[in-house]
Design a binder for this molecule. Structure first.
Ligand SMILES: [Zn+2]
Length: 197
């Protein structure tokens, strides 16, 4: 009877998406990341609120408009307090809401980089393994690139293992490794293993 190891592989978003824009200081297009801080400016009863982003290279800031010339009575007091206290959850919510930002196209949005943990696998071990993907958040990175990274092998070595069916997926698709991982997806490692699902 084959014994196999059950492993959960958690892939979580490390941060909120960054935005590609021209950095005046770097004089080049750079990724700007949310600093999770707001800037609130009041002029009489009219408020401006920005979420502050920073260039990943030089910390140059870019203020992303959240509210413009909005009457203070139109903002509920809890939200206003969250803006003033740099509430992390609210900042994260805005940083994840990347549609409709002035001057930013879809091509300027860089998905947050995946953070991988929990894949404790020894490729040389004779014990086959069943890996279940636990996806937390969004991941746009291809599964082959994630696997090569986490198994600490080259992409060509990984492709060889896939070709030899040493690594395979429960997903039907032939090119499963070229797609981003899916929650609940199973990856099988090792020979002589037949598991459905
Ligand atoms: Zn810069």
């Amino acid at each position: 009877m084959t014994t196999y190891k059950h492993v959960t592989w958690t892939i979580a978003s490390q941060s909120t998406p960054s935005i590609l824009r021209y950095c005046r200081k770097c004089q080049s297009k750079r990724e700007f990341n949310s600093s999770r801080k707001f800037r609130v400016n009041g002029n009489h009863k009219l408020l401006d609120v920005w979420l502050i982003y920073k260039c990943c290279q030089c910390d140059q800031t870019w203020n992303r408009e959240i509210l413009a010339r909005t009457h203070v009575t139109k903002i509920d007091s809890t939200t206003l307090r969250c803006f003033r206290d740099n509430d992390h959850q609210l900042a994260e919510r805005y940083a994840n809401d990347i549609h409709g930002i002035k001057g930013v196209t879809r091509g300027d949005i860089v998905a947050s980089s995946p953070f991988i943990k929990g894949l404790d696998i020894d490729l040389d071990s004779s014990c086959p393994a069943i890996i279940t993907v636990n996806l937390e958040g969004q991941c746009n990175k291809r599964i082959d690139s994630l696997l090569a990274e986490v198994l600490d092998i080259s992409r060509s070595k990984l492709m060889d293992l896939i070709k030899r069916q040493f690594i395979r997926s429960s997903r039907d698709s032939k090119a499963w490794y070229r797609r981003p991982p899916q929650h609940g997806q199973t990856i099988l490692l090792g020979n002589n293993l037949s598991v459905g699902g």
